[in-house]
Design a protein around this ligand. Structure first.
Ligand code: TMP
Ligand code: ASP
Length: 248
């Protein structure tokens, strides 16, 4: 008899351990603002799973190691077993979200950046936040190292890898008329100590996607979870459309 162990991995995914293998199940659960908003949306898990598989395969073909092993339809993927590094890595090409909120509550924005929704950031920012705290907060390199989570050279290689992932996704999305405003990624370590791209990738849960034509006409049209965060439209509908634009 095979036993299956299921546990929650973050707010929208479950991890399943079965026959010595590890699987990520993408559910329809949706949360925002550290769990303040919570709902379920049809097809969301399936769409985020298919999009992650799509992007992980692209990264592997570009020489970036990931935890992806196989897509198991409709909403599961087999992954390599990793120990997740307890930081989230955020990369920003345009001003939005918490960068703007932090500025509005008194923080200075980094030099050379206009604190306006939609302003372009010429040299993309890579920043870190905590992962396992009740409310994720920005964390600097010194604290990450002091906590023993990463060594300096690991931090540098994660930042460099994040910039590579950014360039690959940005270029491919731009060919489809989509702006990659920002995104979040996570990394994990395998038993050999190698760092691999983990979690999910290139989904409307973890990225801000904006329609390029609308942006050029002075309007930001979100094709991502911001439609749910800010009540701007139907999530299932928007996720279906972005999936078709990226993958079909
Ligand atoms: P932020 O502007 O709220 O910091 O978000 C930056 C990007 O990271 C945005 O594309 C959404 C994504 N993100 C997550 O995927 N999970 C999170 O918990 C947070 C805070 C952001
Ligand atoms: N995913 C996070 C949460 O559940 C934050 C967000 O995406 O807004 O709160």
């Amino acid at each position: 008899m095979t036993t299956e162990i299921r546990e929650r991995a973050g707010k929208s995914k479950d991890i399943i351990k079965k026959d010595g293998k590890t699987f990520f199940e993408f559910t329809n659960r949706t949360t925002a603002f550290d769990g303040v908003k919570k709902d379920e949306f049809a097809h969301k898990g399936e769409i985020c799973c298919k999009l992650s598989a799509y992007w992980f395969e692209i990264m592997e073909s570009e020489g970036i190691p990931t935890h992806f092993r196989a897509f198991v339809p409709p909403n599961t993927m087999e992954v390599k077993h990793l120990e997740i590094i307890p930081v989230e890595v955020i990369c920003r090409n345009f001003v939005a979200g918490s960068l703007l909120r932090r500025h509005e509550s008194g923080d200075a924005v980094p030099a050379g950046i206009e604190p306006r929704l939609g302003a372009k950031i010429l040299d993309p920012i890579v920043e870190f936040t905590t992962k396992f705290e009740a409310v994720d907060r920005p964390i600097d390199h010194e604290e990450i190292m002091k906590n023993g989570w990463l060594r300096r050279e690991e931090l540098d290689s994660i930042a460099e890898c994040t910039r590579k992932v950014n360039n690959i996704m940005k270029r491919r999305l731009s060919d489809k008329g989509i702006i990659l405003a920002d995104f979040k990624i996570e990394f994990g370590k395998n038993s050999a100590g190698e760092i691999l791209l983990a979690d999910e990738l290139g989904t409307p849960d973890g990225c801000r996607f904006w329609d390029l034509d609308s942006y050029e006409n002075g309007e930001i049209v979100s094709l991502d979870k911001d439609v749910y965060r800010y009540d701007k439209g139907d999530l299932s509908d928007v996720y279906q459309r972005i999936y078709q634009r990226i993958c079909e």
